[in-house]
Design a protein around this ligand. Structure first.
Ligand code: B12
Length: 253
């Protein structure tokens, strides 16, 4: 087969889709290092455990993928300490990550490291990774907006020990001309200054953490009943991009 120079990238993206990713792409670790979240987070980390990032020389690229979280399947986003990966959606992403790491090693001979969700335990900034990989762009609500599924996606990443060509960024500009319902809908006015202000968003999510409900295990996909938090999704659902375009989980695999 004649190589057009990015065959391996296409194969890796296809592997991610084979394990169930709704979207996938690749960014370079050098671009990720220079992405705005690292400097912003060093100044004001969200979690106190964060001690900065130790980059490993062998990690050259990041594979980042999205799993669609449609409004019709709210449970994917609900938190319980008893659910593996804490949310059912993250449980799926975690399994995809493990499968992908093995596939990359066994089928392509490429070493990879599954990244945790949490930044303080070595995770990468996933919105930055996804924007650089061309899955979408960062919208005025401070979230990734994808052409295919709008904002209603969750992300996961893997570091890869191979220099790869980035698959992004993409030319997509959904917020210009939008009257920003995402800003108006926030119950805490987190966009009152015109930009996202974390403390107001945190107030809402902290309140929801305090207002847990006991839900039957069958709802959360586990054996026993557990205490469940339903995180805020107002700005995410208000985004008009690709409304109604979210297939049920697994349809895109
Ligand atoms: C900590 C955290 C939170 C905290 C703090 C959020 C914050 N932004 O500070 C809290 C609990 C408040 C929170 C809230 C939410 N979160 Co949150 N959160 C995270 C986490 C773990 C780290 C994010 C972080 O600390 N960023 C660093 C801070 C400093 O930067 P930032 O505010 O994100 O803004 C940066 C980017 O926008 C970037 N940027 C802006 N423009 C551009 C352009 C380019 C080209 C690039 C490269 C970057 C870039 O620069 C900014 C900094 O200057 C990520 C998972 C992960 N590992 O990445 C999920 C994550 C970002 N959250 C997510 C979601 C969905 C939410 C909520 C909707 C709640 C929910 N239902 O889960 C709200 C939305 C808030 C909002 N409008 O931004 C998703 C986003 C999915 C998406 N479509 O974008 C992520 C990726 C988790 C996931 N499971 O996929 N979150």
């Amino acid at each position: 087969m004649k190589s057009d120079g990015n065959e391996i990238e296409k194969i890796i993206v296809e592997k991610a889709k084979e394990v169930g990713a709704s979207l996938a792409g690749i960014a370079t670790v050098d671009d990720l290092k220079a992405a705005p979240s690292y400097a912003a987070y060093d100044k004001a980390p969200f979690y106190e455990e964060y001690k900065g990032v130790e980059w490993r020389e062998e990690h050259k690229s990041v594979l980042v993928w999205a799993l669609v979280h449609p409004e019709s399947e709210p449970v994917l986003d609900w938190w319980s300490m008893k659910v593996p990966g804490f949310t059912p959606g993250n449980g799926v992403l975690r399994m995809q990550s493990r499968k992908l790491r093995v596939l990359l090693g066994e089928e392509l001979g490429i070493k990879a490291l599954s990244l945790p969700y949490q930044i303080e335990y070595g995770g990468a900034f996933l919105k930055d990774s996804a924007a650089l990989a061309g899955l979408g762009v960062i919208g005025k609500h401070n979230l990734l907006v994808t052409p295919e599924f709008g904002t209603r996606v969750r992300l996961r990443g893997i570091f890869i020990e191979k220099e790869l060509k980035p698959t992004g960024p993409i030319d997509f500009d959904p917020c210009t001309g939008c009257d920003m319902p995402c800003h108006r809908v926030c119950p805490r006015g987190a966009f009152r200054s015109g930009a996202f202000e974390r403390p107001f968003c945190k107030e809402e999510n902290d309140q929801r953490d305090a207002d847990t409900e006991i839900l039957d295990g069958s709802i959360m996909g586990i054996e026993e009943a557990s205490e469940v938090t339903k995180p805020c999704r107002y700005c995410e659902f208000a985004c008009p991009v690709a409304q109604g375009a979210s297939p049920a989980i697994g349809d895109s695999a």
